[in-house]
Design a protein around this ligand. Structure first.
Ligand SMILES: [Zn+2]
Ligand SMILES: [Zn+2]
Length: 334
């Protein structure tokens, strides 16, 4: 089969590799659509601790092509997507509903071969059948939405909270929809790109501000800060200044993935004095099925976030180029 193989940072090619064979409790899925995400860029750039060589890709949907011994829940031809989280199910984190922190945590396309390939092997317990109304493109969006659902479970927006969100990329624009639907009052979105802010406005932001105008506009119109501040950029300089807009008793959510060795400086006195809550949100934690429901019911609109459809052969070039500002989500179609 054809697969994208990243051999070492900045060295990737599409090549012939053996089709995976399903073991006990596993299925093999013929990939039909696979989203490319920031993590895939990080793996390509060497900013993620992946074992090389690796086939990246973890946002996918397709058709079951083989089932391994002992699999009774799926059959050849089933249209499916799958949670890429690999967890043991036995450690204390797994047994306390925190599988994203499993002591033997792994993920397809991250620690083992992923879905930027014609076929991918997955534990059957991770696989979810697509509703017949759901396209493969939508199915491949369930994983990023599942990350958003986990973020929302962490954040617990209260009715009429005022919210400030940095970053209107593909993830930020899903958060916009989720936060708007969770009952936020103000939902102010900040980005460097005005076209992305137009998307944010359409999808539920109450106000959009260009990054360059943040200091003047927010300082003037929100002198007491916000109840909730969310970073969906992962850029340390943005994260550091985001705290300037936290009101008293505010919550901060770090949703964007910052470089592993980066750091910011902040005042511990202020955290204490303003009763702040600082939250992280790591990947997916039993949120795959709920995410499927959100996508199925159109609560989170994902179709319009797919701005680029490419062939697998085009992916090495895509990963090597700087990301175009007009690009939200690129999906590989097979
Ligand atoms: Zn992803
Ligand atoms: Zn575990």
């Amino acid at each position: 089969m054809k697969a994208l193989v990243v051999h070492s940072p900045h060295h990737a090619s599409v090549e012939e590799v053996p089709v995976p064979i399903p073991g006990e409790g596993e299925v093999v899925i013929r990939v039909k659509a696979c989203g490319i995400c920031g993590t895939d860029y990080h793996i390509f750039e060497g900013a993620f601790l992946s074992p090389y060589p690796i086939i990246p890709g973890h946002e996918f949907a397709g058709v079951v092509s083989e089932v391994g011994p002992g699999v009774t829940t799926f059959a050849k031809g089933d249209r499916v997507t799958a949670d890429p989280t690999l967890y043991c199910g036995e450690c204390e984190y797994c047994l306390t509903k925190r599988v994203n922190h499993c002591k033997r945590w792994g993920a397809l396309g991250n620690t083992t071969a992923g879905s930027l390939a014609e076929y991918v092997k997955v534990p059957a317990r991770n696989v979810v059948r697509l509703p017949y109304t759901m396209s493969f493109a939508q199915g491949a969006f369930v994983e990023p939405v599942a990350c958003v659902v986990h973020g929302m479970n962490r954040l617990q927006v209260q009715a009429c909270d005022t919210v400030l969100l940095f970053g209107a990329g593909a993830m930020g624009l899903q958060l916009v929809q989720a936060i708007a639907r969770s009952g936020a009052a103000d939902l102010v979105v900040v980005d460097v790109a005005s076209d992305k802010l137009d998307w944010a406005k359409r999808l539920g932001a109450t106000r959009c501000v260009l990054s360059q105008d943040v200091g003047t506009e927010l300082g003037r119109d929100y002198p007491d800060g916000f109840d909730i501040v969310v970073d969906a950029t992962g850029i340390p300089a943005v994260i550091e200044q985001a705290f300037d807009y936290m009101g008293k008793t505010a919550k901060f959510l770090q949703f964007g993935v910052a470089p592993k060795d980066s750091s910011i400086s902040m005042s511990p006195f202020t955290i204490y004095n303003k009763d702040w809550t600082i939250l992280g949100s790591m990947a997916v934690n039993n949120t795959f099925l709920p995410a499927l429901r959100w996508v199925r019911e159109g609560r989170i609109k994902v179709d319009e976030l797919v701005t680029h459809r490419v062939k697998l052969d085009e992916v090495p070039d895509l990963l090597a180029k700087p990301k175009a500002s007009a690009m939200l989500k690129a999906q590989v179609v097979f």
